[in-house]
Design a protein around this ligand. Structure first.
Ligand code: XMP
Ligand code: MG
Length: 184
């Protein structure tokens, strides 16, 4: 990758592109082993999970399917509202399916615990969670995560799908956004 990023908006690169790739190798190996012989449906949560979904899915056999949901819990700021709305529902019928929710980040856990309950009520054979990032210090509800990438401090992070006001999603790494950027 040859694009030169202006790094002055970030106080720190928390997870490098290489570290993400190595972690996804590990996570995908565990997922492939656990779901061998089962029809797995990956459910990506738009828009933040687009990068982790794409990179996880390309480490999966071709029988693994993808579907997408969009939920909103944040608005455009950096604080969770606690209110979850479905903006786009799944296309797939979950009856009898093995479902793995693919998420970018677990912050308070409010979004995922709501989503877990919602998908479990649809008659799936199983519903589990894979998340690239988790902020243990920010947890409000405990979410049972089967596959986790990195535990990180409770700072606001961007990149690799994560945004601030829709910017920074394209970064191939995860970085801490300087507070002066979102406070200005
Ligand atoms: P909760 O608090 O419900 O939030 O676990 C999950 C959703 O909130 C967003 N989120 C972030 N987005 N940087 C972001 O760009 C962050 O540090 C951050 N923390 C939470 C994200 O959309 C996630 O799905
Ligand atoms: Mg967001």
């Amino acid at each position: 990758m040859s694009f030169q990023y202006d790094m002055s908006d970030f106080s720190e690169v928390l997870v490098s592109e290489n570290a993400i790739g190595r972690k996804l190798d590990e996570m995908s190996a565990a997922i492939r082993a656990d779901y061998e012989g089962k029809d797995l449906l990956l459910v990506g949560v738009l828009k933040g999970a687009v990068m982790v979904m794409a990179d996880l899915a390309r480490r999966m056999p071709p029988s693994v399917q993808m579907d997408w949901m969009a939920v909103s819990s944040y608005g455009s700021g950096t604080k969770s509202s606690g209110v979850v709305r479905i903006l786009k529902d799944l296309d797939a019928d979950l009856t009898g399916r093995h479902v793995l929710i693919v998420e970018d980040i677990i912050d308070t856990g409010v979004t995922l615990s709501w989503l877990l309950g919602n998908l479990r009520s649809r008659g799936a054979a199983s519903v589990e969670i894979a998340a690239l990032l988790r902020k243990p210090a920010a947890a409000v509800v405990d979410v049972p995560v089967r596959y986790i990438g990195f535990d990180i401090p409770p700072d606001f992070v961007v990149g690799y799908g994560l945004d601030f006001a829709e910017n920074y999603r394209t970064l191939p790494f995860v970085a801490v956004l300087k507070p002066e950027v979102y406070e200005r």
